[in-house]
Ligand binder design. Structure first.
Ligand code: DQA
Length: 148
């Protein structure tokens, strides 16, 4: 039961990057919390962060051969710009949940459009890093009930 957490550009700076918006937890804290929760439920959580669109696309391409059942994806700024990442996800046909730490609908207008929402299983936005935990919970439920 492998699932993949993917974080896009600038999320390596979590904890110090605009903490009033993105909170005080670092990416390492977040990964630790998620891995622990996944392990308790017999799920192996792999994680990847990159600032490069190219590397994110390649990681998505390899998800199938790594037998990834589900993806938790925060595309960060690529949410609003990357048709290439959207196409990569369409190409692999692995369900994913879109997560945003901040409420993208309560910020700059250009953040209100996502190239991912309509092809995702669902979107969680505005609940801080808890959003990743809710996504994980849904995935655990679905895998446990053997649903897609
Ligand atoms: C983000 C929201 C995006 O608009 C922004 O570019 C990010 C992070 C979030 O998690 O709230 O880098 O995806």
């Amino acid at each position: 039961n492998n699932i993949l957490l993917i974080n896009g550009p600038n999320l390596n700076l979590l904890g110090t990057r605009q903490p009033e918006i993105y909170g005080k937890y670092t990416l390492i804290d977040l990964i630790k919390i998620l891995k622990k929760q996944a392990k308790k439920n017999d799920i192996n959580l792999l994680d990847f962060q990159s600032n490069s669109e190219h590397l994110l696309i390649e990681k998505i391409h390899t998800a199938k051969e790594k037998l990834i059942r589900y993806i938790i994806f925060n595309p960060a700024a690529f949410t609003h710009s990357s048709i290439a990442l959207r196409d990569a996800l369409l190409a692999i046909d692995i369900p994913f949940i879109e997560v945003h730490i901040s409420n993208i609908y309560a910020r700059d207008n250009f953040r209100s459009h996502s190239w991912f929402s309509d092809i995702s299983q669902g979107v969680i936005s505005g609940f801080g890093i808890d959003g990743y935990l809710w996504a994980l919970k849904t995935i655990i439920n679905r895998i446990t009930n053997n649903k897609k």
